[in-house]
Design a protein around this ligand. Sequence first.
Ligand SMILES: O=C(O)CCC(=O)C(=O)O
Length: 248
Amino acid sequence: MISEKDKTQFQELGYFVTDVVIERDQLQSMTNEMDRLYREGVEEAKTTGDPKVILAAEGRRSYGQVHNRSQVAAEFVKSEIYLEACDAFIGPNADLYWNQAAIKPPKLGKTFSWHQDSGYTETIPLAYITCWTAISNSNLDNGCIWVLPGSHEWGVLEHENEEPNQQVYGGLRAKSLDDSGAIPVEMKAGQVAIFSSLTLHMSGPNTSQNSTRRGYVPQYHVPDVILKKTGQPIGDQFPVLRNGRRIN
Ligand SMILES: O=C(O)CCC(=O)C(=O)O
């Protein structure tokens, strides 16, 4: 699934995009799971009776540690494409480091600003991989991701806090960035954008009328990864590959 050309592009530009590599029935199962998480979040918010809390749940972007809430996801994170990517870019031993369902509902889905994943959490060792998977079609209208090719070679940039507002989710954003070389990564359902945790990326708003953008975003790292700031273990630490073989 991953060619020598893909590997070279990953080394040189910090990212590449696969063909459609996820089967249709798997996409449907993951869609169902992501929609369930979204529905559960909204239902829970409704119990508060607070319109602000409900609106926040309706526009919510991210659901973490999906593998703990979905057996389908716990299997899906061991899909062949991910294991191949681990073997190519992490090594024969790899763990799921973090995973999230990244949902952008129509009209409510906002911009997620430029950042490096390593800008959020610096780990030892530093670099890991993100496998941004289009569970539904992802395009400029519904808020696809953008990348800055070559930015994986810029080191960890300084990031600053960004307050949420009507346009952006808020969180951390890379400081003083020239994003003139940015390119949108439009994907069909079943394609995967594989990039380094040092590659700068962002995603735009969902301006569509009725297209929910569903991304599933597993990240992989070496086993026993440490958070630099604390010296403590960090992440899902969910083994997927040992000695080049899938963990069952
Ligand atoms: O899915 C998105 O919109 C962006 C997700 C992302 O960049 C992240 O969580 O680091």
